[in-house]
Design a binder for this molecule. Structure first.
Ligand SMILES: [Zn+2]
Length: 567
């Protein structure tokens, strides 16, 4: 019985890897049958899974303690080394693509296997290696600025997560001060954050041009694994959000202001949903984790097996500790068929979100790596993956009493409201990135002002209180996805549609909803976006009227609860 903390890390031997890929490439070229190629593929899978596991161990341990010099150095080494191994991996891929036995492989592994390769090829060129290295350095710097946040607040030094906890405080003055401290942190770092972003836009657009595109955008889409929709579809989705959800969210905040007895909701009031306080977890971190274990046991036999595996192998690191990167993620150790979940609990409803959202991702990874033959299929693209996580948040609503006691209704209302109000913000983050890459001529201050305009368009309720930095658009700086994961963010909004559909289905016909959900997890990344939606009987969010159809059920629930004044 292995445990994560005891796993041995060994720096991969680059020469050996280069030799392995070179030899295998030759062997593929000289293969005499489809079976032979397939067995070479499976052998390579073992090597590359082992390599991914080593990479992942470094990443995890680096984020667990950003001050750990050993893993900091290993992380830098890997970031610099990986791009130098890539050409050999790509040569191997090319040999498989060009193999006369390709039809046999396609029949065995599915056509998506080659689609992935196509994408890798289309998004990589030698000239981009130094740019990728420079990019990794800059995104690392952004992360370490965030991780090093030590703001003195209410008598203690706090990191960003620690500070955000006070956005839900009952005392309006405390919330206001916490928001100001948060704003000041970004304002104090603005100069460097501007430079990093400016550099990233330049570097990424150059990558796009090196690959034959006008700018980075098509490359960003391909890096997200998108093969069957483009920026026009995404733009039409954003427009549906603007017309359907923005006015509804305005109503939610008006009702919130009324509930709280305020004239209007300021930015620092948005998280304060109820006058008598938001829902609070009724136990400490360990209590939450053990309740989650019980919950997953009751939810389904599939989730029961999964949660025991995660706990037995120490694959959950959820408590907040100094030096931990302020982030949350789920990743996979492919050679061990093991997901890993990282988070920083903060004693609010956020913790429940981690236990359902990140564990939803982990559950999907756990299933896919047991059902799918090759590593590229273990993960689905994020426009699907976030359906795994967000639907799990919805499926577990019935267990809220366990975590929040008599506050369970408040948890559910606030969570569903948040699911809705998030979408306009999410599409604004997406549009912001399109604007930045399409208009590299904008100055840093002009870019930030574009964010301000997007708040007016998608978040017309947003009001700051005498905060010059936020008023001219400074809020976007906190969104690490903009720096680290270009064009990722829209996925959360597209997948909200899938999760809302699952919510409705689960209420009406839980058995079939769960069946569809398992189909969604098991298919992993073995098909394209539209094909996967079909597998799970989900509709396409770009289609006319899709946003209204997907969100209608949730909007009705919220409307009704507001009208009943149940909460
Ligand atoms: Zn997620």
């Amino acid at each position: 019985m292995w445990k994560f903390s005891e796993l041995e890390y060994k720096r991969p031997d680059v020469d050996e890897l280069v030799k392995f890929f070179t030899d295998t490439t030759e062997a593929v070229k000289n293969a005499k049958s489809g079976e032979e190629v397939l067995s070479l593929i499976m052998k390579t899978e073992e090597t590359s899974k082992e390599l991914s596991t080593m990479f992942t161990i470094v990443n995890i341990r680096h984020t667990l303690d950003t001050g750990d010099e050993f893993y900091d150095k290993e992380n830098q080494w890997l970031n610099e080394t990986y791009p130098t191994i890539m050409p050999y991996m790509l040569a191997y891929n090319a040999a498989i693509e060009e193999s006369p036995y390709r039809p046999f492989i396609e029949e065995k592994l599915g056509k998506q296997y080659f689609v992935e390769m196509e994408l890798q090829k289309k998004t990589f060129c030698e000239e981009n290696i130094p740019l990728m290295q420079a990019e990794a350095k800059l995104t690392d710097e952004y992360q370490s600025i965030m991780a090093q946040c030590q703001v003195e607040f209410m008598g203690e030094k706090r990191n960003l997560y620690g500070l955000q906890k006070f956005f839900e405080d009952d005392d309006r003055e405390v919330r206001k001060a916490a928001f100001k401290a948060y704003s000041d942190f970004y304002h104090d770092n603005e100069k460097r954050l501007e430079e990093i972003w400016d550099e990233l836009i330049r570097i990424r657009n150059e990558m796009g041009r090196n690959l034959g595109y006008e700018n980075y955008i098509p490359v960003g889409y391909m890096n997200q694994g998108r093969t069957d929709y483009g920026k026009e579809e995404v733009a039409s989705f954003r427009e549906q959000v603007r017309t359907v959800l923005v006015p509804f969210c305005e109503k939610l905040y008006e009702a919130q202001a009324k509930r709280l007895g305020y004239d209007k909701i300021y930015a620092f009031d948005e998280k304060k949903v109820f006058p008598d306080g938001n829902a609070h977890p009724i136990g400490d971190d360990d209590f939450m984790i053990s309740e989650a274990q019980k919950m997953y046991h009751e939810l389904s036999p599939e989730t029961a097996e999964f949660i025991d595996f995660m706990i037995d192998h120490e694959l959950l690191d959820l408590k907040n500790k100094p030096g931990k990167a302020s982030t949350g993620y789920m990743t996979l150790l492919p050679s061990l068929s093991a997901p890993f979940v990282f988070s920083c609990f903060n004693g609010t409803i956020f913790d429940m979100q981690v236990l359902t959202h990140e564990l939803g991702h982990a559950f999907a990874g756990y299933r896919a790596c047991r059902k799918q033959p090759v590593e590229t299929y273990f993960f689905s693209s994020t426009d699907i993956a976030e359906i795994h996580s967000m639907s799990m948040e919805q499926f577990t609503y019935g267990y809220a009493e366990r975590f929040f006691g008599s506050d369970a209704d408040k948890y559910r209302f606030a969570h569903l409201q948040e699911a809705m109000t998030f979408v306009p913000f999410g599409v604004a983050v997406d549009e912001f990135q399109h604007i930045c890459y399409e208009h590299p001529e904008l100055t840093p201050k002009e870019r930030t002002y574009e964010w301000h305009k997007l708040e007016e368009k998608y978040m017309p309720w947003r009001t700051y209180d005498n905060d010059e930095f936020m008023e001219r658009g400074g809020y976007w700086y906190h969104k690490l996805h903009i720096y680290l994961y270009p064009f990722y963010y829209i996925n959360y909004t597209l997948t909200t549609m899938g999760a809302m559909e699952f919510k409705k289905k689960y209420a009406e016909d839980p058995e079939n909803a769960w069946k569809d959900y398992l189909a969604l997890t098991d298919v992993g990344g073995s098909k394209s976006y539209l094909e996967i939606l079909k597998c799970a009987n989900l509709s396409v969010p770009f289609e006319e009227g899709a946003v209204e159809r997907a969100c209608g059920y949730a909007m009705d629930i919220l409307e009704k609860e507001m009208a009943d004044e149940r909460i």
